[in-house]
Ligand binder design. Structure first.
Ligand code: 48F
Length: 297
């Protein structure tokens, strides 16, 4: 039934039953208990489903997000662990808080692939809005199926060594709430198992430092340790980021700025192409490696 005036013309473009639906919607009773239970149950389901991963990515900056996207798009079970409330790492602020990022020709294909709009600048240089780029990478990684666990800090790795330190391999992560870390509370962490782990923690290169300190084994660097990043040289740094994106310890790959810090190359400043290409490369390496490992079994 519709409401109508004396001439029989409808007063509302909707029927009375539809009005009832909207009123019901507006006055729907809300039970805080259900809201709380929904959050706890859904988070627990998600977490339980991601206790064993094909790949665990530590750090949600541009390299970690791109790696998560390509791994998930290839059907791998991926969890990304980020210390902060927001993912995106150093991408939000462009250069010195001017929120535009620059990428070079070779890296534009990654932005194109993920749907990040770019604008040509001078020949071979493109810009993207830093906020649009960050939110798009984050959204595409999630839509591809990667699960993001923010507010979690990776404080250690799980290691196995059948025949002494030389046979050591990382098989997972030790995680705790960032709030626990910040408050320095004496609370034990929990664990995530992963076939492969990616250190995408940026300049800090946290995972590799932990492994160097605790494993008693050499990293795959010249010195066997984290060599550390050098000062800024964009051209060389961008090239070496890609070369240094590789396995740095059995089971652990390095990507993004962590790759250059591990293997001792330059920083690049606010050009983000190397980060994108590194994220893509690390995903490809892990996908290939998983195929070879499966064939060997
Ligand atoms: O620093 P970040 O953006 O790393 P990236 O992907 O990109 C580097 C660029 O942003 C820029 C640059 C090139 O243009 O030099 O700096 O290499 O993101 C690293 C993320 O890792 C998180 C940290 O909060 C940041 O969001 N992170 C660091 N350590 C941990 C961590 C940890 N132990 N557990 C969890 N997250």
């Amino acid at each position: 039934m519709s409401l109508s005036n004396a001439l029989g013309q409808p007063l509302l473009p909707i029927s009375l039953s539809e009005v009832g639906f909207f009123v019901q919607g507006a006055i729907m009773k809300l039970d805080e208990h259900v809201v709380t239970k929904a959050i706890i149950e859904r988070f627990t389901e998600k977490w339980l489903d991601h206790l064993r991963l094909d790949a665990a990515i530590v750090g949600g900056g541009p390299s970690g997000l791109v790696a998560a996207y390509y791994l998930a798009r290839n059907g791998k079970k991926v969890g990304l662990f980020e210390r902060k409330l927001s993912i995106g790492g150093g991408m939000w602020g462009g250069g010195m808080m001017l929120n535009e990022v620059v990428v070079q020709e070779a890296a534009k294909e990654v932005f194109d692939d993920l749907g990040v709009p770019t604008q040509p600048y001078e020949t071979g240089y493109y810009t993207a809005d830093a906020v649009e780029a960050t939110t798009t990478l984050a959204s595409r990684a999630c839509q591809a199926g990667a699960k993001v666990f923010n507010l979690m800090s990776v404080e250690d790795v799980i290691i196995r060594q059948a025949d002494g330190p030389e046979s050591a391999r990382v098989v997972g992560l030790v995680v705790n709430w960032t709030a626990v870390e910040m408050a320095r509370l004496h609370v034990d962490p929990l664990t995530i198992h992963a076939g492969y782990t990616v250190d995408a923690t940026g300049h800090a290169t946290e995972l590799m430092h932990i492994i160097e300190r605790k494993s008693g084994s050499r990293l795959f660097t010249e010195t066997g340790k984290v060599i550390g990043e050098k000062s800024l040289w964009a051209e060389v740094a961008e090239q070496t980021t890609l070369e240094n994106t590789r396995e740095a310890f059995p089971g652990v790959y390095v990507a993004g700025m962590a790759a250059n810090a591990t293997f001792g190359s330059y920083r690049m400043g606010p050009i983000f192409g190397g980060m994108l290409l590194s994220g893509k490369k690390v995903a490809e390496l892990i996908v290939q490696r998983m195929e070879t490992d499966t064939q060997r079994l």
